[in-house]
Design a protein around this ligand. Structure first.
Ligand SMILES: [Fe+2]
Length: 496
């Protein structure tokens, strides 16, 4: 699939790239916290090398930190939500103790349409939607997740969209992944790559008719190798899946919207159905529709799992569990109350166990700290992992703000943390193994952080064995990086 024509994205900036005030001029007229300060979109795409570093960059750090996130280009058509912004990829590349940075928009078809029109075409997730709008009733922004597979970065959208490919080094557009010409569905964010086999394990959600979940596997060669429809009771809002060496685990949580309301009123109104269980469907990686075995647990919701693995007859899965995902609206917040309420995440590290022989299901909380955006060493997805790296969201903050990096020991649920300096907010923080690493946490943790006061951004590198000591190196970035969503570490031999 050819990339859409590149839109002119830089007509109305207030400053040059690198200036903390780099933002579109139209944001000044919009009263919305997600268009200002650390959340404000930037106007410019940036390329810079030989960046200044405070501390010492480890010479063996070889590869790229890549992060996706929203970066709204045109004035929104209606009430703006943080999830609405056009996708932009930020990459900090490391080699021989030096660092470079570049940022590029994901050249989505929707952004090209809007750039040609000169105005926003689609409303954001706050609605109301026009179900007759072109392509989809929402714009596929590809702003949520970024992974590496088959020689490309893939930018992915949480409501299921095109898997937009980017060159892993230059971030230039490379069309969409079509899985060898066999892809017929959109793809959700958070597919998993099994580094042992090179397979990409993905899912997609149906909205108005079955199958409400489609599950598939793409081979190392980028060709679709397996695809099935999975039976669900109705439309769901699943956000993640996990893999073990032999199995995949799918989600059915009792937190979803009513498609009839969407059709009749043009809104997605998510509701927590406390009377229904959480369910996980376990199937062999290339299993059929009839192979899915469902296990029931306490009601709730999970945005992001950490990892899953096999222990004898058991599947063990750790993730960030929200026992009460109901939306905490504060009427004093006016028109933004629903958005801010939805973003008040309350989740803790949790473990689910499923016995494939007996059908037994067990679960337990491993901790009570409010954490999200967890990442293990992603090269070990499907294997038993001991360590993971999370973001702490304190009680009382009005939205998703990351205040601390938390490293968990999954053997006993213990943790260490590094509290970001006051006024600094970081991003999802992947693990970067040291070449020839001797054990699981022999390496580094990398993040991008922004100071709300100066609006300057830095890339921080931690020694993964001692994250509580703070970053060993702070790379001064030449542009402000708006708050964003998901990040990955891409090993250097794949990027350079
Ligand atoms: Fe996510």
């Amino acid at each position: 699939m050819p990339p859409p024509a590149a839109p002119d994205l830089t007509p109305a900036g207030r400053a040059r790239a690198g200036d903390p005030a780099d933002r579109p001029s139209w944001v000044d007229a919009v009263d919305n916290p997600y268009l200002h300060g650390i959340h404000a979109p930037t106007v410019h795409e940036t390329t810079a090398c030989e960046l200044a570093v405070e501390g010492e960059l480890p010479a063996e750090l070889f590869g790229a930190y890549v992060r996706n996130g929203p970066n709204q280009v045109l004035p929104p058509k209606n009430l703006y939500h943080w999830f609405d912004g056009d996708g932009m990829i930020h990459a900090v590349q490391f080699r021989d103790g030096r660092a470079s940075y570049r940022s590029r928009f994901v050249r989505t078809a929707g952004l090209a349409d809007e750039a040609r029109a000169g105005h926003a075409i689609w409303p954001g997730v706050m609605g109301p939607f026009d179900l007759a709008a072109p392509r989809h009733y929402l714009k596929d922004t590809a702003n949520t997740d970024v992974i590496w597979h088959d020689g490309h970065l893939l930018a992915l959208w949480y409501l299921c969209g095109e898997p937009y490919r980017l060159d892993p080094l230059t971030l230039e557009p490379r069309g969409s992944a079509d899985f060898g010409g066999r892809r017929t569905t959109s793809i959700s964010s958070h597919p998993k790559v099994d580094e042992r086999t090179g397979e990409l394990v993905w899912f997609s959600l149906g909205e108005f008719e079955p199958p409400y979940l489609v599950y598939g596997v793409v081979g190392r060669d980028g060709e679709l190798a397996h695809e099935i429809g999975v039976e669900l009771p109705g439309a769901r809002a699943s956000h993640d899946l996990t893999i073990t060496r032999n199995f995949s685990i799918l989600h059915d949580f009792p937190f979803f919207h009513d498609p009839a309301v969407l059709r009749s009123h043009g809104y997605r109104v998510a509701r927590f159905h406390r009377e229904l269980p959480s369910r996980f469907g376990v199937l062999p990686r290339r299993g059929g529709t009839d192979d899915v075995r469902w296990f029931e647990f306490e009601p709730g919701y999970v945005l992001h799992m950490v990892n899953a693995w096999e222990e004898g007859d058991w599947i063990v899965m750790d993730g960030c569990f929200q026992p009460d995902p109901s939306i905490r609206r504060n009427p004093d917040e006016g028109a933004l109350a629903s958005m801010l309420g939805y973003l008040r995440i309350r989740s803790h590290l949790h473990r689910w166990r499923m016995n494939l022989r007996t059908g037994e299901a067990r679960e337990e909380a491993l901790d009570d700290l409010n954490v999200e955006f967890p990442l293990p060493d992603t090269a070990r997805y499907g294997e038993k992992t001991r360590w993971s790296y999370h973001q702490h969201i304190p009680a009382g903050v009005y939205t998703v703000e990351f205040h601390a990096l938390v490293k968990y020991d999954h053997q006993d649920g213990s943790r260490v943390r590094f509290d970001y300096p006051p006024g600094w907010f970081a991003s999802e923080s992947p693990f970067a193994p040291r070449p020839g690493a001797r054990d699981e946490d022999d390496g580094f943790v990398v993040t991008i952080a922004t100071d709300a006061a100066s609006l300057r951004s830095e890339c921080w590198v931690f020694d993964a064995k001692q994250i509580e000591r703070g970053p060993v190196a702070r790379v001064k970035l030449p542009a402000r990086v708006p708050t964003g969503f998901h990040a990955k570490w891409i090993p250097g031999e794949r990027v350079f």
